[in-house]
Write a protein that binds this ligand. Structure first.
Ligand SMILES: [Zn+2]
Ligand SMILES: [Zn+2]
Length: 114
C-alpha cells in the first residue's frame, strides 16, 4: 500500500459521520479517511458520505471506524487491505450503536440500508 493517502498523525474528525451530524441524519457503519481523518458513513448507509468524500477529495484509503475492525479499503483499486494503525481513537465509542446515533435512527431503518 502506498504511504501517499495515509497520515498516521491525524486524529479522526469525531465519533459520527461529519455530513450526517451536520444534517441530523443517521448511518449504518462508519469509515475513516486515512489521509485527513474525515469520518463518513458507509455505502450501506442512506447517504454514503465516506465514498462521496473520497470522490470529492481523491483521498484513496479508508479504514473501518467500527470497534474491533481494522481493515482498509482502497478506492483506487477496489481492494480490501491491511495497513498501519492510525492515530487514536481507531473506532467510535463501543457503546455507540450501529446504526446510529441512537436518537436519530428511524424505527424502519432496515428498509433504508442499501
Ligand atoms: Zn453520512
Ligand atoms: Zn479525507
Amino acid at each position: 500500500m502506498s504511504s501517499d493517502g495515509i497520515d498516521l498523525t491525524v486524529a479522526p474528525s469525531g465519533t459520527g459521520c461529519v455530513e450526517c451530524d451536520a444534517a441530523a441524519g443517521w448511518w449504518f457503519h462508519l469509515r475513516r479517511c486515512a489521509q485527513c481523518g474525515h469520518v463518513g458513513c458507509c455505502d450501506s448507509s442512506p447517504s454514503g458520505h465516506a465514498s462521496a468524500h473520497a470522490e470529492a477529495t481523491g483521498h484513496r484509503y479508508i479504514q473501518s471506524f467500527e470497534p474491533g475492525e481494522d481493515w482498509y479499503f482502497d478506492y483506487t483499486t477496489g481492494d480490501m487491505l491491511s495497513g498501519p494503525e492510525l492515530a487514536a481513537p481507531t473506532s467510535h465509542p463501543a457503546d455507540q450503536p450501529a446504526p446510529g446515533p441512537a436518537d436519530r435512527v428511524p424505527a424502519d431503518w432496515m428498509q433504508h440500508v442499501r
